[in-house]
Design a protein around this ligand. Structure first.
Ligand SMILES: [Zn+2]
Length: 117
């Protein structure tokens, strides 16, 4: 594990408080890349979600098996997207939020923003 990965894992855990950011019900156990590592997705807290489950179960499994809906909700982003500019629908943070480099979030207002899934 690189120092950057370690830092980002810690920051993302701090942001989640150990709860799944998607469902806010289960304990978070895995780091999900919004832009997958295989597509060049870097280790950044804004490119990650702390979620329950893994590749087959829980929210992590749901994302992998419902990719179109996961893109609509900002849980996956395309390689041409800027993950800082694509909000995510995260129950743990009260709805649509932007994720920032420092592990903080800000509310995204769907009525006034130009971005649409
Ligand atoms: Zn979950």
């Amino acid at each position: 594990m690189t120092a950057q990965e370690q830092k980002v894992r810690l920051l993302t855990k701090w942001r989640s408080g150990g709860m799944c950011e998607v469902c806010a019900v289960q304990r978070a156990t895995t780091f999900h890349h919004r832009l997958p590592e295989g597509q060049g997705g870097p280790w950044r807290s804004a490119n990650g979600l702390h979620v329950c489950g893994d590749g087959t179960v829980g929210c992590h499994g749901w994302i992998e098996h419902h990719r179109a809906r996961a893109y609509e909700r900002g849980w996956l982003v395309h390689s041409w997207d800027d993950f800082y500019a694509v909000p995510a629908l995260l129950r743990l943070h009260g709805g649509w939020v932007y994720l920032h480099w420092d592990g903080k979030t800000t509310t995204y207002d769907r009525r006034t923003s130009v971005w649409a899934p």
